[in-house]
Design a protein around this ligand. Structure first.
Ligand SMILES: CC(=O)[C@@H](O)[C@H](O)COP(=O)(O)O
Ligand SMILES: NCC(=O)COP(=O)(O)O
Length: 260
């Protein structure tokens, strides 16, 4: 199973202070040495985390392939064609969302997507479509002659978190998933089946299958054991864990500097 590490969340920390620290560029060597197979970044229209100069430097300096996620907005696609990452994953974007809430609406955007995909292919960039796990959407994606699809695992991750973590007791509880344990169990089983079936159908059609969004140290093995999925893109949970993995050393380093 290949792992793409999404380093946007390092830039999220940086943007909280609007300074240059931490710099997502500094993650490239660590990702490579730690066994990551790919770097993933999302150049959002509102540039809330990764900026254009981050994307330029990361693509230039990464020894791992870079998977750049972006919307189908013309201005963004022009930028991305100049940047020439190894892969572009087309995702839906909504300014008001906290994070990507669902997959692309392929039916509604079919002609626009066709143009964007042609342009990316002309620039020798492979293309992935970030989609909900659904048979009809996979059929439509296949008609667009992309190399990859990435199955959006956000719904699965939300159900899992409401069932198996304390999320429902916090102010981040997901209102529409405030259900009984049995209802959540049924929903989780359906969601996993949808992902499994979608992966199977896509693979049969000759598409390469990735998955991602909301995958973490609790839920990932339910997805990683699906044989047709060959790559996971994971960001938020890896960066969140690295805070606690690194906190002790960070305190030791500071104490060393300030000791009299
Ligand atoms: C499309 C997707 O799933 C990733 O871009 C990931 O969500 C990155 O985080 P943000 O949604 O915060 O940009
Ligand atoms: N495409 C999914 C991705 O890049 C990582 O999503 P997340 O782990 O940050 O939720």
């Amino acid at each position: 199973m290949l792992l793409g590490v999404n380093i946007d969340h390092i830039a999220v920390l940086r943007e909280a202070r609007k300074i240059n620290d931490p710099n997502p560029l500094d993650a490239l060597g660590i990702c490579k040495l730690s066994g990551a197979d790919q770097i993933t970044i999302h150049l959002r229209e509102d540039r809330r985390h990764i900026h254009d100069n981050d994307a330029v430097a990361i693509i230039k300096q990464s020894s791992l392939p870079v998977n750049l996620e972006c919307s189908i907005n013309d201005e963004i696609i022009n930028i991305v064609c100049n940047l020439k990452p190894s892969r572009v994953t087309l995702v839906p974007e909504n300014r008001d969302e906290v994070t990507t809430e669902g997959g692309l609406n392929i039916k509604k955007n079919f002609e626009k997507l066709q143009k964007v995909i042609d342009k990316l292919h002309e620039n020798e960039i492979e293309v992935s479509l970030f989609i909900d796990p659904n048979e009809q959407i996979i059929d439509l994606s296949n008609q667009l002659e992309v190399e990859w699809i990435e199955l959006h695992t956000g719904t699965f991750a939300n159900i899992y978190a409401m069932l198996h973590s304390n999320l429902s007791n916090t102010h981040h509880s997901i209102k529409e998933l405030e259900l009984t344990k049995n209802e959540l169990k049924t929903k989780l089983a359906i969601s996993i089946k949808e992902i499994e079936n979608s992966a199977k159908i896509a693979k049969k059609l000759g598409l390469k299958v990735a998955a991602g969004h909301g995958l973490n140290y609790q839920n990932v093995t339910l997805i990683s054991k699906i044989p047709e999925i060959e790559e996971l893109n994971i960001g938020q949970s890896i960066i969140a864990r690295s805070v606690f993995k690194g906190l002790s050393q960070a305190i030791i380093d500071m104490k060393e500097l300030i000791k009299k």
